[in-house]
Design a protein around this ligand. Sequence first.
Ligand code: GLC
Ligand code: CA
Length: 564
Amino acid sequence: MADTEPNPELPIGAEKDPLWYKTAVIYELHVRAFQDSNGDGIGDLPGLISRLPYLKSLGVTCVWLLPIFPSPQRDDGYDIADYYSINPDYGTLEDFRRLVEEAHRLDLRILVELVVNHTSDQHPWFQEARLDPASEKHDWYVWSDTDDRYREARIIFTDTERSNWTWDPLAKKYFWHRFFSHQPDLNYDNPAVQEEILNVMRFWLDQGVDGFRVDAVPYLFEREGTNCENLPETHAFLKQLRATLDREYGPGKMLLAEANQWPADVRKYFGEGDEFHMGFHFPVMPRLFMAIRREERTPIVEIMQQTPEIPDNCQWAIFLRNHDELTLEMVTDEDRDYMYREYAQDPRMRINVGIRRRLAPLMDNGRRSIELLHGLLCSLPGTPVMYYGDELGMGDNIYLGDRNGVRTPMQWTGDRNAGFSRADAARLYAPVISDPVYGYQAINVEAQERSKSSLLNWVRRLLQIRQRYPHFALGTMNFLHPTNLRVLAFTRHHEGQTILVVCNLSRFAQPVELDLSAYEGAVPVELMGGTPFPVITQHLYQLSLGPYMFLWFRLDDAPQGGST
Ligand code: GLC
Ligand code: CA
């Protein structure tokens, strides 16, 4: 088939492993926050290039960059003013191509953002559209003479927006926006818009990227009498996006959907394996935090049981934290109150329908619970997506506006500006964290490299073990049902071998008895240390778990001659 013939332009290896994303470990970072190379206080592409060896040594295989395009930066770059170049603060297109080249040389893949739903109001398309209602660009956006159409569409940024319509005094009409009022939505009923977004995708593929995190995909079309989310028209366009990707760039490129929806609705974004390759598992995320606070496995088990099967060529993206608030849209009102009560006592910690805090502060800096959450991130079905700095236990700054408190400079060393920049501190795009618990003097890469027992080195080992066993990425999952609800236990089965995962969600030691009779005669070998545990018999298998302890076992066959 001509369609799938290898394209000589593809990076080496891409065709060999077209399903690479199923066994990847993704690292999300903001170029602005990672490393400043020229001392202007803003992280940049040359800075990131210089830090690629760090990412390689961490054990991640793919780097997802938050928006790097010219933008007035009122939504940290998700308000795009030009889709076809690089924000000059971050570098040039040439720097970007060098980044891709260097990353590929290290066998790291690069994902960029494809922001399909909206542009900045500063984008020349919108400027033309609002100034001249007769212009071709006018119909690239969604206009109305009244602000009462599509009333069933919810408001997403509840802290800043009162309506999805904003009056434009120049056009003398209302324009439609699902996010900030400076982010007008594109009009997907216009074929020219669809074609332009395909061109944007082509442009970045031509720069060598391996794929895209496609932003805010549920909201592309509007239809009266619906909530304007997950509409059939939206899926039809996304399938066209995928078909274009496959047809023109061959296998090995990847689309990851940001669809903050219930599992059944996210399922539709995988189509029949012909829409997105990956989708974030939004509902499981808050339930991991709920389970650990309630010391009870039910929230995790319930949501995983409601998670539908996905096509073979697809994969879930599992995450703990990201650049946004910990969203609580996919939980019940009662659970939301619980989460706010437990994790966001200070109202400053809340934003929109969520909590704007990093992983370590959410866990009150508890090393064991931070490890347990990483353990879940790496053992639940899907590809782990880590957020920069969480491998160190970086803190946040709830006194910064919007979600900027979780986007502070990466902490490399205990030196000036955390080794992030040589600029005067006042010039940094955001202050470094400097409190006594999470400050860069205490929490930084250099210090953690030196200590074998640091969180950083622990995360490295965890990733190594995960990557040694394809079971975690590719295996089927089955829950065990021990009577002690504080313990979560499940198996991951792949190609004739089983891995057993046992987690104590409680802050106190717990006993557990597991029915492993199906594996009678097998010897569980603990994966971190390689220690064999007592052979499995037909009786309940007893384990004692320390606070927040988790164990991963390979269920090896018993040595010849039966039990020992
Ligand atoms: C996505 C991004 C978020 C941004 C929003 C609007 O949800 O993750 O950071 O604010 O889109 O562009
Ligand atoms: Ca810079």
